[in-house]
Design a protein around this ligand. Structure first.
Ligand code: MRU
Length: 351
């Protein structure tokens, strides 16, 4: 399995996704500030991977703290959480990852636990979250595999694979699971301008697994759908509102509309940590605006005239009405999502 990120005795080691597919290099973050930089600069990216990275950032910050009293450590924990929370706004997994560790810290501090014990507990928790993320991806695969065609071509947008998680992937995990169960699936990977997660990352990791993959420019999907060459679409998500609206990589919304027009199922695969029940609908999801240079330049070369205005929203929102089903590790959700999400949330709470 591709080691997207890894807790080591020396720090948190990240596969540098900005260098793929040409270079397989790693960046070792030895303190929480470096973890924050790694997330902001998209050395690690993809909502589930960001969530676990944030948890590891919290854990390394607490573990390496030189505070000798709980009040001093509590102040530091607030600063660590703030620094990590300011990296990227859209993927709710980031805030989930921070909260998981912060809540554990608060619980232990309230019981006057020794600082050394708190340190071991938060590190153990962050490492468990890594394992649980891989297990969640496998479960999404088990729940979603039968939704994909027995034979055909599946379109995906961005990278919701092993590289976007701790391993196996969400959307690409469902594709992997279907193939493991005997489906004959070819993948069309949208290149995903401007950061090229599809061309660089999805193509790289699927080729490593010998999954037949073809890269498309983002503007080619419509024509291929019209020709009957796409049987299903599956993507990941950065945040799913309580009504089932899905924030995902910019361009996803267009693909969803195209899929509906051509009667092609449009699936979203995401762990439960991507659901944001506190956000009623997609219009309230904060959308990250990134540096214009990602659009103006390609491989260091300027592609646009000096001074031209640029838009670079990193995500868009696909209204729930375009989503055929949402595949989670707890099961498959269908419309009306307000009801199905609430019901599955309650069911798991009572178990
Ligand atoms: O900007 P990125 O590369 O972090 O955006 C990633 C995506 O939009 C993914 O589709 C999403 O996070 C789901 S990853 C399992």
């Amino acid at each position: 399995m591709i080691p997207t990120l890894e807790w080591l005795p020396t720090g948190v080691n990240f596969l540098d996704q900005t260098k793929l597919p040409l270079e397989e290099t790693y960046v070792l973050a030895t303190d929480y500030k470096q973890v924050a930089t790694v997330i902001r600069d998209m050395i690690v990216r993809g909502a589930p991977a960001i969530g676990v990275s944030a948890a590891m950032g919290m854990a390394i910050g607490i573990d390496r703290s030189i505070a000798t009293t709980l009040p001093a450590l509590t102040e530091e924990v607030a600063l660590i959480a703030k620094t990590l929370a300011e990296t990227r706004p859209t993927a709710v997994n980031l805030f989930w990852g921070i909260d998981e560790i912060r809540n554990l810290y608060i619980q232990l501090a309230a019981k006057d636990t020794a600082i050394s014990e708190i340190k071991s507990a938060v590190v153990a928790k962050a490492r468990r979250m890594y394992d649980e993320d891989i297990a969640a991806c496998k479960q999404m695969g088990a729940h979603g595999a039968s939704l994909l065609p027995k034979e055909g071509t599946v379109l995906t947008h961005c990278n919701a694979g092993a590289l976007a998680t701790c391993g196996y992937g969400s959307a690409l995990g469902v594709i992997r699971a279907a193939i493991e169960r005997g489906h004959k699936i070819d993948v069309f990977a949208d290149e995903t301008r401007p950061f090229l997660q599809g061309a660089r990352l999805t193509a790289w990791e699927l080729m490593k697994d010998n999954i037949p993959t073809t890269v498309l420019c983002d503007n080619m999907a419509a024509s291929l759908m019209r020709q009957g060459r796409i049987q299903a679409v599956i993507v990941g998500a950065d945040r799913i509102a309580a009504n089932g609206d899905v924030a995902n990589k910019i361009g996803t919304y267009g693909v969803a509309i195209l899929a509906k027009e051509h009667n092609i199922p449009f699936y979203v695969a995401a762990p439960w940590s991507t659901l944001d029940l506190a956000t009623a609908h997609g219009d309230s999801i904060p959308i990250e605006q990134r540096d214009a240079r990602e659009v103006t330049h390609s491989n260091g070369k300027q592609m646009t005239p000096n001074g031209v205005a640029i838009e670079n929203p990193a995500f868009d929102v696909t209204p729930a009405k375009y989503v055929t089903a949402i595949i989670t590790e707890r099961g498959v959700l269908t419309a009306p999502y307000n009801n199905s999400i609430r019901a599955m949330s309650k069911q798991t709470e009572s178990e």
